[in-house]
Design a protein around this ligand. Structure first.
Ligand code: NAD
Length: 484
């Protein structure tokens, strides 16, 4: 597959209220392929008038349209059709990911092939989520309804838009919400394919708009009183701001933000069993994954051995053309992202971390936003590279004295998204996991687990997506009392 296989039906139009419409201006978003820095495509850019029309359309569909009044089972039928239409496009979606952020195509295909599972799984919650339950009440009974929260603005980052968009859209749709989705200006292509799938599924008018735009338009969405709920995935800095704006007008808000997740390696597990998993869990999407395990905590007696093994494994990773199926690390998504990663690498060295491998742009590429996979040893918890989210293939190895010390270091973070315990002793995993202040913990760093709740403690966010629990984010509780 190559770039020519991406056949967008309407790159010059916006998906507004379920229809492809002409944008209000001729402004476009340039899609830059990060492996060569060249603009490969231009797509319509949603501006003020467009977003206003999308909000109006979603509002009307929610207040007057059939969608919120269908039963969950009826809405689930649409989700199943949506899933089929996504399945047909999964290769193009993977391609879009590679074009827009340089994610290697091989793993990208795997991720894209699993996307349709999200609407299918969500459809099954129509039968299991307590949309309606009856409870006893004084002198009678109460019916507890979980009703759609209203018009939802879903704001999506560039690093995995179709997945991150779908885990918002599917529960919102099953709950009966209507949606204005805003993909990021850097990476709208896969969401335009999702829009094609939504069009094919035939959702009623106004239910879904997908409007690629810059952050100023995101800000408009967040401030608009016609939006009942904001579901945001992105940086903690933007999330903090969005949360404050929403609170000011009491809009519902859920936030999926950054991470600095720790892997605690216990002494019982052989180093050779740990290394492949740590490498893959820290380099997902070229290291641009919120859930990445970027801090490796190991006992001081095994620190040197593990650091060298990780350094050797990182040095062997094939950096290159993301379309080449043997490539493990493609370019970073944007020039800005590469600058940021280089800044942190320099800071690591200046603050006294030991550069084991990497640390530079690879000399074999004279264009594109490539960076060498990098391992730092002798990192301490107070160094900036151990505290801030770098969002690149950069790993920090930190030594601990004993398990209590490891847990203390793991929790010494403003974030609390993901975590792992590497050991062959499942009891140890349970015991340590209960003491970690993170949303997920996996034995031996298993990868993403579709269908389980995902989200963060502390500044990693508010709320859980990706499971039946996500329906709570898109519903309001109403209690109706009746006298016997
Ligand atoms: P970002 O915060 O810059 O942008 C995210 C989205 O929000 C984009 O669509 C952007 O246009 C929009 N936006 C930015 N500022 C806004 C504002 N003030 N008002 C309204 N909209 C605004 O993040 P990014 O650089 O695109 O994504 C990377 C970040 O996302 C990382 O921090 C990563 O950890 C986080 N992330 C978190 C999860 C999770 O599930 N917790 C998943 C993926 C990515």
């Amino acid at each position: 597959m190559n770039m020519g296989d991406l056949r967008l039906q309407h790159p010059d139009k916006l998906f507004l209220g379920g229809q492809w419409v002409e944008p209000s201006t001729d402004r476009t978003l340039s899609i830059v392929h990060p492996a060569n820095g060249e603009t490969v495509l231009k797509v319509a850019d949603a501006r003020e008038d467009d977003i206003d029309r999308a909000i109006l359309s979603a509002r009307k569909a929610f207040d007057e349209g059939p969608w919120p009044r269908l039963t969950p089972a009826e809405r689930a039928e649409y989700l199943l059709r949506f899933a089929d239409a996504i399945d047909v496009r999964y290769k193009a979606i993977a391609l879009a990911q590679t074009i827009q952020i340089g994610a290697p195509l091989g793993p990208g295909m795997h991720i894209a092939a699993g996307l349709a599972a999200e609407p299918r799984r969500t459809a099954s919650f129509a039968a299991t989520f307590p949309f309606r339950e009856v409870r006893p009440a004084i002198g009678g009974s109460a019916t507890i309804w979980r009703e759609a929260v209203g018009v939802v603005a879903a704001i999506v980052p560039w690093n995995l838009p179709s997945h991150l968009g779908l885990i918002k859209m599917c529960p919102a749709l099953l709950a009966g919400c209507t949606l204005v989705v805003k993909p990021s200006p850097e990476a709208p292509l896969d969401m335009l394919l999702i829009a094609e799938a939504a069009s094919e599924a035939g959702f009623p008018k106004g239910v879904i708009s997908i409007m690629p735009a810059d952050r100023d338009i995101g800000d408009r969405l967040v401030r608009d009183p016609r939006i009942d709920k904001v579901s945001f995935t992105g940086s903690t800095a933007a999330g903090r701001h969005i949360g404050a704006v929403c609170m000011d007008r009491m809009a519902r808000v859920s936030l999926e933000l950054g991470g600095k997740s720790a892997a605690i390696v216990l002494d019982d597990i052989p180093i050779e069993k740990v290394v492949p998993s740590l490498v893959s869990m820290s380099t997902i999407l070229n290291g641009q994954a919120c859930m990445g395990l970027t801090r490796v905590l190991v006992s001081k007696k095994r620190r040197a051995e593990l650091t060298e093994a990780l350094g050797a494994a990182y040095a062997r990773l094939k950096v290159g053309d993301p379309f080449d199926l043997s490539t493990r690390i493609g370019p970073l998504a944007t020039e800005r992202q590469r600058d940021r990663v280089e800044y942190y690498m320099g800071l690591g060295i200046r603050q006294g971390a030991r550069l084991v491998t990497g640390g530079q742009r690879p000399i074999e590429f004279n264009r594109g936003y490539f960076i060498q996979p990098t391992v730092f040893g002798d990192v301490t918890s107070d160094m900036t590279i151990a505290r801030e989210e770098i969002f690149g293939p950069v790993l920090s190895v930190i030594g601990y004295d004993d398990v209590d010390d490891a847990i203390r270091i793991a929790n010494d973070s403003v974030y609390g998204l993901n975590g792992a315990v590497y050991t062959e002793d499942a009891d140890q995993v349970s015991a340590i996991a209960r003491r970690l202040r993170t949303g997920t913990v996996a034995q031996n760093g298993m990868g993403p687990q579709p269908g389980l709740p995902f989200g963060g403690f502390r500044q990693s966010g508010i709320g859980r997506e990706g499971s039946i629990d996500a329906l709570h984010l898109f519903t309001e509780i109403k209690a109706v009392y009746a006298i016997d």
